[in-house]
Design a protein around this ligand. Structure first.
Ligand code: GYE
Length: 326
């Protein structure tokens, strides 16, 4: 076995040197993996808090591979300080491009200025930053979270008509763009319906355990909950556990609206435990690699690239599930 490997390695070296003589050095250099035109991307991910995030990470890793981009990947465990450290280390390593999904919206200006000074372009994916200075990043690729919140609210307005409706809200990570915007969009959509009241609202940090814990507390202090609006599927799935443990039927006694449409969420929707899901696509990898290549080639990229998304009812979930990619 070892002999075979050695023989193959010797052959490769030989072919490499022969190829160099014969003018085929591009083959040799790409085999060596060190050709200078390979793009290196440093990616600072939020964490691994949800099914959405897992699908997003997979998409980025697969797309980088397909595009021949060398990916340096870090997981910040939902902490801004870790993301800032990762970005600083990418600057030190002199990567060609930095991409990241900012865990919260504010507090990025100084580290982004450091990247700018080092002439390393930055691309935002998934979540936005709240900064006056738009020159600190090339583009922001991701969903319109306000629109997602609106779609959730509009469905509820249609669904309940003039019936008195008490809503509890499971918010995403405090200060995160999708938490702020999904709250605002929803509020806007229900603002013309005084019969719909948000009676309690708290963060579940986009995790299943967070959703479950907050829902348990909500159920204890509010006897009259009609609807749960969860900012992502995972928190909605946690809420289902809490509702069932309290002896109620999710989807019937208490209706549930979520955002994301990842597999587990779609399954619960098809099973009648969730009532409506607003889609948020995590498959941002291809667009990210494409934007990185364009930026580094000096081509124009749009400052804002919005992901296309739909919504699902229970019937639509049954139909869509077999071909869902995430
Ligand atoms: O909805 C949630 C995840 O930023 C859009 O983060 C993303 C959100 C997604 O943890 O599940």
């Amino acid at each position: 076995m070892l002999k075979k490997v050695l023989t193959a390695a010797t052959a490769a070296v030989l072919i490499g040197s022969l190829a160099a003589c014969g003018g085929e050095d591009s083959v040799a250099s790409s085999e060596a993996g060190g050709s200078s035109d390979t793009i290196t991307m440093g990616f600072a991910q939020v964490g691994a808090e949800s099914g959405w995030r897992t699908a997003n990470t997979k998409s980025i890793q697969e797309s980088a591979k397909a595009a021949g981009i060398e990916l340096k990947f870090s997981d910040a465990q939902q902490k801004q300080e870790n993301q800032i450290k990762a970005i600083r280390s990418y600057i030190q390593q002199k990567v060609d491009v930095i991409a990241f999904s900012p865990v919260v919206e504010t507090g990025w200006d100084s580290v982004l200025q450091e990247a700018k000074r080092a002439k390393i372009p930055v691309i935002l994916t998934d979540r936005a930053v709240d900064s006056e200075d738009e020159t600190l990043y090339e583009t922001f690729i991701g969903s319109d979270f306000v629109e997602e919140g609106k779609k959730a609210g509009e469905w509820l307005v249609q669904e309940v008509g003039t019936a008195e409706t008490n809503v509890v809200e499971l918010q995403g990570t405090t200060g995160a763009a999708p938490a702020n915007d999904r709250r605002d969009g929803f509020e806007e959509a229900v603002s013309g319906s005084p019969n719909i009241k948000v009676i309690a609202s708290q963060t579940g940090d986009f995790t299943r355990s967070g959703g479950k814990e907050v829902m348990e507390a909500f159920l204890k202090s509010n006897p009259d909950i009609d609807v749960v609006y969860a900012h992502n599927d995972d928190m909605g799935l946690g809420a289902i556990e809490a509702i069932e443990a309290a002896g109620k039927v999710p989807g019937q006694d208490i209706k549930i609206i979520t955002v994301d449409a990842v597999k587990d969420g779609m399954q619960a929707l098809a099973d009648g435990k969730i009532n409506f899901i607003v889609e948020c696509s995590p498959l941002l990898g291809d667009q990210l690699m494409d934007a990185a290549q364009k930026v580094l080639a000096g081509e124009e990229v749009e400052k804002r690239i919005v992901t296309e998304e739909t919504t699902f009812t229970q019937e639509q979930a049954v139909e869509a599930l077999p071909t869902r990619k995430y």
